[in-house]
Every structure is written in C-alpha cells, then in structure tokens.
Design a protein around this ligand. Structure first.
Ligand code: SF4
Ligand code: SF4
Length: 285
C-alpha cells in the first residue's frame, strides 16, 4: 500500500512518538532527531564521516542521551566515576541496539553507531578520530551547543551526558539546531584541566584542544584504574542538573581543588571526593 503525503506525515509522526516513548521507557534522558541533510548544509564534517556515507539509506539520525549524576562525576578520577562511565555506556549501547531492532521490525532500515567509536587509546593516539561523531549529531539534533571544552553542553545536564546514535531510513521531523551558545566562556574547564589541554580563543567559542595531551592523561588513568578523566565535564557550570544538588560556591571549590589538596591531602572540604579516590584504584596516596 502506498501512503499519500498527509498519511505519510501522520505515520512518520506516529513513529516519532513511538521512538520517543521507546527511548524513555529504556532510560534515555534526552532524545533528538537530526535530518541527515544537516551534515551537508553545515558542511563541517568530511564526507566519509557523514551518516549518509556510513549508511546510505539514512534519512534521520536519532540521538539518545543519558545523564551522569553530578556527585559521582565530582569524584573523578575514581573507580566510582569509572563504573558510572561503564554503566552509562552499556545502557546507551543497549538502547541503541534495541531501538535499531525495533525500527527494523517496523520496516525502517536502521543502524546504530556505538557510543565511543575509537576502539582503544592507542588506536586514538595514532588516529585521533572516531568513525562517527555523536557530539556533532547531538548538536544537529538540537540537543545543545559545543563549548570551549569541545564537549556538547545541554541546557539540562551541561556536558554531563553521554550519547549514542541510531541512523535510520525513517524520515522523522528534526528539532531546530540551537543558535545561541550555552558556553559562557568562564574558562573553568581550561583552568582545571590537569594537562593544560584546553586554551580559550578570542575569535570563537570552541577553544584550542590538544587531543594528544588529553589522551596521555587517559593513558595514565587507565594504568591507575580510574579512567576516564572528565574534569572539564565536572567543572562546567552549565546545566539545570546543578540546581538539584544546591551547591553554593562550587566553581570556586573546583578552581581551588588542586592547590588545596597539594597543601593538605586531607582538606575536609574535599573529603567526600578524596575518600572515594583512595579505594579501588591506584592513584598516588
Ligand atoms: S578530559 Fe581531562 S585531560 Fe582531557 S581536556 Fe578534559 S580535563 Fe583536560
Ligand atoms: S566550563 Fe565554562 S568555558 Fe568551559 S565549556 Fe563550560 S561554560 Fe564553557
């Protein structure tokens, strides 16, 4: 049966609602839809990294986000943060895998791209790219804007959200791309980065990012069993998630953390975080 245009639009709208319901039921916090045409319109991503090159039937990229609770992110580097990261990744891949099959069963050819696509840190060091970028996909899906730190900042969780993408032949209505930058260029991410890998720029929001310094930090943290770093994610003041935890003066606390703990590793102001760091990983005492 061939659907005429209004019927097709209605059926796509129904499918879009079903996708949102499916993702919510499976634990997603954010769901966005990016028409693949946006990769051509913005023309920022090399051709072979665009969804239509990876999966030619693709008409829409469905981007699914899962938030990471701030008090756990604040303990980074720690085994607790590592376990959160692992759990979040597994949940995201599970949603994407199941949504892909859900759409395939409805006759919409689909394909998902795992939430990290780089394989290993040594592979990333040789070639510092993933085959598909979820950050760009999330921006084109209207979920947020890219900050100085190169992380995607969302109104709801700042950068404390991880993403996975499902590429589908279904033509689903996209959200507008956000035109106002969420990053306020407070520079907290650059000041707190332990490797000095981020530098603000006067001519644009996105800073200079030395990916090799960041990878080196992660290689160290793997040895210490508390990968990943995520300090730039922890300290970013953007995100309504902060309101839940009612932390006054928290950015000052982040900015002082390294000096305060060098002066006194038992500084009581940081005890909740340092206690967690002392167990389950191999950080220097
Ligand atoms: S993840 Fe860590 S090392 Fe990498 S840029 Fe962010 S703060 Fe710096
Ligand atoms: S910490 Fe500040 S400068 Fe860095 S991304 Fe967040 S808002 Fe932008």
């Amino acid at each position: 049966m061939q659907l005429d245009t209004p019927d097709l639009a209605r059926s796509n709208e129904d499918l879009r609602s079903q996708v949102i319901e499916f993702c919510r039921e499976h634990g997603a916090d954010l769901i966005g839809f990016a028409p693949v045409q946006r990769w051509d319109d913005y023309d920022e991503v090399p051709l072979e990294f665009r969804p239509q090159s990876l999966f030619p039937p693709a008409k829409t990229v469905i981007v699914i986000g899962m938030s990471m609770p701030l008090p756990i992110v604040e303990t980074t580097p720690s085994f607790l943060h590592k376990e959160l990261y692992t759990a979040c990744n597994q949940e995201l891949d599970g949603i994407a895998f199941n949504l892909t099959r859900f759409l395939n069963r409805r006759g919409m050819a689909s394909y998902f791209f795992t939430r990290d696509g780089y394989g290993s840190l040594s592979a990333l060091k040789k070639k510092p790219y993933a085959a598909f970028g979820h950050t760009t996909a999330a921006r084109y899906a209207g979920l947020g804007t890219i900050g100085l730190s190169h992380n995607l900042l969302t109104p709801e969780y700042g950068p404390r959200v991880r993403f996975v993408s499902v590429l589908t032949a279904a033509e689903l209505q996209g959200e507008p791309v956000m035109d106002k930058d969420l990053c306020i260029k407070c520079n907290a991410c650059a000041k707190c980065c332990p490797k000095d890998a981020l530098k603000a720029r006067d001519d644009q929001i996105r800073g200079d990012y030395d990916v090799n310094l960041c990878i080196d930090q992660h290689i160290e943290l793997v040895k210490q069993r508390c990968y990943p770093c995520g300090i730039c994610i922890k300290v970013c003041p953007i995100g309504k998630d902060r309101a839940l935890y009612k932390q006054k003066g928290i950015v000052k606390k982040y900015l002082n953390e390294a000096d305060a703990l060098t002066a006194n590793p038992d500084d009581p102001e940081y005890r909740a975080w340092t206690h967690v760091r002392r167990y389950g990983c191999r950080l220097p005492e």
